[in-house]
Design a protein around this ligand. Structure first.
Ligand code: ADP
Ligand code: ZN
Length: 763
């Protein structure tokens, strides 16, 4: 076997029959090792870049992915050491050459081993050998009976006769399982008589098979939408010559309609399209919108989300591989859908933090989408009502082109946003129980809507019942034994739960430290809000939407359908109801505590609060009626809240960019976060200190090197965490410098070191 440097190309003048086909294989689980193998003629026609193969490796069976193919001369030294590949895992290549190039880029930029990158590129269900197409037994007509035979059968074997006439009427073979009781025995009889035969055929596990999609027609675009579509279509037809586009469109401005028409144009031009949406926005409503618009080619739309079973994922992926699917909609990892002839990538809600993967490779799907577009030579549109400052700054320096939708469609006005100063409310109303949670103003506003039969959304960014349990006598707060956070009380199960690692325990009846039975709850979450709302608005029909209530498959779809059909008056929930939902009858949105998230030690805290408030507010007034938003806050003058109130993205961006520039934070610099984790605090700290010393000794110009500190979340899942931030204008400069130092060090076995390039969460 020859590693990495087989002599390609030089021998191409030899006649073809003297050449041996070879494949370079990236071996699974071997941290990026690549070896060359011979391709025996039985395989050579079927193996291409992206094929999954079985290979011998050090006398063991192994698996890998073909990353290149070539030829070597028969009888040459190279050829002499080649072993043949042992077999094919799938008939078709499941990656494209562009995706392998993209993988190499990710590996270099995010300092991640190629093997880890490959595991992100290919879903487990497709990669392994334990999933296959689902095959069912079908009954197919073999010989058409004549009148006489049918009559005879009708007398002696009624069931056989009825099945036979069913088959005569059916346009295609019928599934054996669908024939019901006694079907199998009757079919056996028919097989013996030679009328039918059994065949095994592939059936697709379509997660949406039980849904009907009614075709929707393209809407007549507004002038502003038309202009955006024109720019996108131009980018699509310029085959990679255009800049990435940032579509800044306020909530309800019709961005999705623009995407739908751009996708249609890309398909008409013979290409394919990829749409990324945050997992949380990949709601049944979103899926339906896409599936409906393309209902006439429904099997050409593949949907990839985390709720798919392994089998469903396998089938959706193979629909893409074999070229059936022309449109892919999915969350982060759908970025790697092996579409060929890609003409358009859309990244909706591009500011969303969930696009960043929090395990190695720690890639950002939005940024990688831009890279994929440049490799594929296709257009890319990033869309948002609240663009990330990174993307927005890119439009200011001319790297991206900005296109805008400044108004809602049909002249619907932006919702009126009012601020409720909870410091006042607290003073006025501390006597009535719920006052600290629902202000008098919000209560009146909700009642008004209920009287009119309109709907209300109440938003709170925290699940559970109480944020913590604490003892008034000794001050003890029930904390997680594995993480540096307090436990959240969940009433229904009477348990304390850690929202970081999932640790649970029964809620104590007295203080675990001093034994005082007065231990009580502090703060509140969605579960408590639900309880209070049931008390305050006794007659209202209410549902709570958060990860606790919506864990069952299909639960979210049911609640959202009920809400849409006006069978519910109030929806209380977390993030899950903040994004992408469209309910025309919602005229009031209440944000219960706008301050959560504002006071955390992360320079993006303000940006996130602004985004969240704007997005949640955007759920109001999306129908004929005007919408109103009430924001309850203890810090009414904070800029994030004030700019959100005035729907002023530019104003917010202006101020925030000034602050970022002053402190050399992104988008004016790239960051790399170096983290050490260990069950022993001292060892994690010491390892980081050692690295810091080495880094200091070699510090290049233009690199800002932080101090090693305890991470804001100093312990998680039993691991103590220390971190160090590096900044520079170029990410490559940082990673090269870091890698050169890390390569020379060896770390204790019980210390994990991670490198996060362009980290999103610092706290
Ligand atoms: P966004 O994605 O910007 O939040 P949507 O695309 O969801 O906005 O559009 C909001 C609503 O307006 C949807 O109900 C959509 O069907 C409707 N809509 C979009 N474009 C048009 C149009 N050109 N004419 C009429 N209605 C439209
Ligand atoms: Zn924990």
């Amino acid at each position: 076997m020859n590693r990495r440097n087989a002599a390609y190309c030089e021998v191409e003048f030899l006649p073809a029959d003297k050449m041996i086909a070879t494949a370079r294989v990236l071996v699974d689980g071997a941290s990026g090792l690549e070896f060359d193998y011979e391709l025996p003629t039985e395989f050579s026609a079927r193996v291409a870049v992206g094929s999954r193969v079985r290979i011998p490796l050090r006398n063991r069976d192994s698996t890998g992915t073909v990353v290149a193919t070539s030829k070597v001369a028969e009888g040459s030294d190279e050829a002499a050491v080649l072993k043949p590949i042992a077999g094919l895992i799938t008939d078709q290549p499941i990656l494209t050459p562009s995706l392998i190039e993209l993988g190499r880029w990710i590996s270099a930029y995010y300092v991640a081993p190629m093997d880890a990158v490959m595991r992100s590129l290919i879903p487990e269900a497709v990669r392994g050998e334990n999933k296959d197409f689902q095959r069912r037994i079908f009954v197919r007509l073999k010989k058409t009976p004549d009148e006489e035979e049918l009559e005879k059968l009708g007398k002696r074997a009624k069931r056989q006769a009825s099945i036979l006439s069913e088959l005569l009427d059916a346009p295609a073979p019928v599934a054996l399982a669908s024939l019901g009781q006694g079907g199998r025995a009757a079919v056996e009889g028919l097989v013996k008589k030679g009328f039918v035969e059994l065949t095994k055929e592939i059936v697709s596990r379509d997660p949406h098979h039980d849904e009907k999609f009614v075709a929707s027609n393209p809407l007549k675009l507004t002038h502003a939408q038309g202009k955006c579509l024109e720019v996108i279509n131009e980018a699509v037809s310029s085959e990679g010559g255009a800049k990435p586009l940032l579509l800044h469109g306020v909530t309800g401005s019709g961005k999705t309609e623009v995407y739908l028409q751009a996708i249609q144009a890309a398909l008409e031009a013979g290409g394919t399209a990829l749409v990324l949406v945050p997992e949380i926005s990949l709601t049944p409503q979103t899926v339906r919108r896409f599936k409906s618009r393309f209902a006439h080619i429904q099997d050409r739309v593949a949907v990839l989300h985390s709720n798919l079973s392994g089998g469903e994922r396998f089938d959706e992926w193979h629909k893409i591989v074999d070229g059936t699917a022309k449109i892919v909609i999915g969350a982060r990892s759908a970025l790697f859908a092996p579409l060929r002839n890609l003409k358009l990538i859309v990244v909706d809600e591009e500011h969303e933090g969930s696009y960043k993967q929090d395990t190695t490779p720690r890639y950002h799907a939005r940024d990688v989408a831009v890279v994929r577009a440049s490799i594929e030579g296709c257009a890319v549109v990033l869309g948002s009502a609240t663009p990330s400052l990174e993307s927005f700054q890119n439009t200011r320096i001319g790297k991206y082109q900005l296109i805008e939708l400044q108004e809602r469609v049909d002249d619907r006005s932006m919702p009126l946003i009012r601020i409720v100063d909870m410091r006042q409310e607290g003073r006025n109303l501390s006597k009535s129980g719920g006052a600290a949670i629902i202000s008098e103003r919000l209560r009146n506003a909700v009642n008004k809507r209920l009287e009119k039969g309109e709907q209300v959304i109440l938003f709170l960014n925290r699940r559970g019942f109480a944020t913590s349990m604490s003892c008034p006598a000794c001050g003890e707060v029930c904390g997680c034994p594995h993480c540096s956070v307090s436990l959240t009380f969940h009433r229904r199960e009477e348990r304390l739960v850690c929202h970081i690692c999932g640790y649970q325990r029964v809620a104590p009846r007295k203080c675990p430290k001093c034994g005082d039975p007065a231990i009580r709850f502090a703060g509140y979450g969605t579960e408590k809000v639900e309880e209070i709302i049931r008390k305050v608005f006794g007659q209202a029909r209410l549902a709570r939407v958060d990860t606790d209530t919506m864990s069952r498959k299909g639960a979210l779809r049911e609640v959202l359908n009920a809400f849409k059909a006006n069978k519910l008056d109030i929806l209380v929930g977390t993030q899950m109801i903040a994004k992408g939902l469209h309910f025309p009858n919602v005229t009031l949105v209440g944000i219960l505590n706008a301050d959560i998230g504002l006071h955390i030690p992360d320079f993006r805290a303000g940006e996130r609060t602004f985004q969240l408030l704007t997005q949640v507010a955007g759920r109001a007034g999306r129908g004929e009626m005007e919408g109103e938003v009430l924001i309850q806050t203890f810090t009414p003058h904070s800029p994030s809240i004030q700019f959100a109130r005035h729907h002023d993205f530019e104003g917010f961006a202006e101020q925030e960019l000034g602050f970022r520039k002053g402190f050399s934070y992104p988008p004016f610099a790239h960051c790399v976060l170096l983290t050490t984790r260990s069950p022993h605090a001292r060892r994690a700290e010491f390892t980081l200190e050692t690295m810091h010393k080495r880094l200091l000794a070699d510090q290049p110009d233009g690199v800002l090197l932080g101090e090693p500190v305890e991470a804001p979340l100093s312990k998680a899942a039993g691991m103590f965490r220390f971190q160090l931030m590096l900044r520079a204008s170029s990410a490559r400069l940082l990673t090269r410098y870091l890698s050169s130092i890390i390569e020379k060090l060896t770390f204790p076995a019980d210390v994990q070191v991670t490198v996060d390039v362009d980290p999103l969460y610092l706290a």
